[in-house]
Design a protein around this ligand. Structure first.
Ligand code: AMP
Ligand code: MG
Length: 403
């Protein structure tokens, strides 16, 4: 089997991933979901010209000469609180007391802030001049009726929720969250509530994958551990296929008990088995069984983690209609020289640091496919290109940021 490039594997996979569907939910429940409609303002915000300050609405021309030494005296008229409108038109020589957010009365063209005034019985002394429009927030300053305020395909943030409320939307269309089955494989794998006896290890991949799925917007469905027999694998995969996506770990390599490939082939109409030119995480199975995408990830924890980030996360994003499915990649300055053999693209668990306008990246310790400790410290995956064998300290490298 020849090796294929990471990008080619990803593209082949993404071309076989379909959008799952939409549902309508309350904006209060929408944080982190993927928006599937453009949000268009049905109402301007603010809906009318209003005061940006507590102070006095007036006519700027009336106070052109005002200074602290020679204040201008204006006659006090109405008082306008937020949520109420003035009953009369403001006339030359008048000032209306006005609060922040209250509508500007007809006739007024500026607001002077309270701190520049002194109230005196039925009049107010104004100690400073004002420009026309000063301290007035214009209608539509934030949003105009008909304006598209959020484009579909984004993951909803707190500010998006604020904006949806600004334009009066209580419910929005978002994509359905895909249910993702997680199946760990291996006779040596123990669940966390089991007593370790013999040469066993805990099912770290199962829990780590569940967290990755959740952070990618999916609903993890933990199916435990399949033994290394075709019978058990077939049974558990059949259960798994009730979900929208299946992710397994282990059993895709070339060992005597790596039976995942054979089992998937038995179940599948279209299964691809690749050696991907990457490290960690060379072996990968992908295909559809019926309509369900199935990912057979390698068993080593860092391989499983990195393979998820390269192939499963973008797929889950595409299923949810994200416009941007690729991982965020930045350029950073390498802090020490690194080496490898040519022929595979390496992903190094690394620490990206932002200090004094400089972005640096440092590999986070030993990079074995079984050394999860380095990934624990990492906030990015440094991309060491396929054919490169050395990158010198001080060089610019690309780093995928971890989500
Ligand atoms: P395999 O691909 O099944 O040969 O597994 C490769 C390595 O990953 C072996 O050392 C396994 O013990 C380890 N491994 C497989 N599955 C898991 C898992 N769910 N959690 C932690 N390690 C695993
Ligand atoms: Mg195994």
């Amino acid at each position: 089997m020849s090796m294929i490039h990471v990008d080619e594997a990803r593209e082949t996979i993404l071309s076989r991933i379909a959008f799952k569907g939409v549902e309508k939910i309350s904006i209060a429940e929408s944080l982190g979901r993927v928006l599937t409609e453009d949000i268009v303002a049905r109402r301007s915000n603010p809906p009318m010209d209003n005061s940006a300050m507590d102070g006095y609405a007036l006519i700027a021309e009336d106070i052109e000469s005002a200074t602290p030494e020679n204040p201008v005296r204006l006659e006090l008229g109405e008082e306008i609180a937020a949520g109420y409108s003035a009953q009369t038109v403001l006339k030359r020589g008048q000032a209306f007391r006005i609060m922040t957010g209250a509508p500007i009365p007809q006739g007024a063209n500026a607001v002077i802030m309270q701190e520049d005034t002194e109230k005196n019985g039925n009049s107010v002394l104004v100690k400073d001049r004002a420009d026309v429009g000063e301290n007035i927030r214009e209608a539509g300053e934030d949003v105009k009726t008909g304006e598209m305020v959020i484009a579909k395909g984004v993951r909803i943030t707190p500010a998006h929720i604020g904006m949806m409320a600004v334009v009066g939307r209580s419910q929005v269309y978002v994509s359905q969250r895909p249910q993702v089955a997680i199946l760990s494989t291996g006779d040596e794998i123990l669940d966390l509530d089991e007593q370790p006896t013999g040469p066993c290890i805990y099912n770290s991949n199962g829990y780590m994958l569940a967290a990755q799925i959740r952070s990618a917007g999916g609903i993890p469905v933990y199916l435990g551990i399949a033994r290394d027999t075709e019978e058990d694998l077939l049974e558990k995969f059949q259960w798994a296929l009730k979900c929208d996506v299946v992710v397994s770990s282990g059993g895709v390599s070339v060992g005597d008990y790596d039976l995942v490939k054979a089992s998937l082939k038995k179940l599948g109409q279209e299964m691809l088995f690749w050696k991907v030119a990457m490290k960690p995480g060379k072996p990968l199975a992908f295909g559809r069984i019926g309509e369900t995408p199935v990912f057979g990830l390698p068993g080593n924890p860092v391989s499983s983690f990195v393979s998820f980030e390269q192939f499963v996360r973008p797929s889950l994003k595409k299923m949810q209609g994200c416009t941007d499915v690729a991982a965020k990649t930045i350029k950073a300055t390498l802090t020490r020289t690194i080496h490898k053999k040519a022929g595979r693209l390496h992903f190094l668990s690394s620490v990206v640091d932002w200090k004094d306008d400089k972005v640096t990246v440092t590999p986070a310790g030993e990079q074995g496919s079984g050394v999860l400790k380095s990934t624990v410290h990492a906030n990015g995956l440094l991309i060491f290109p396929l054919d490169a064998t050395e990158i010198k300290e001080g060089a610019e490298v690309s780093v995928q940021l971890l989500e």
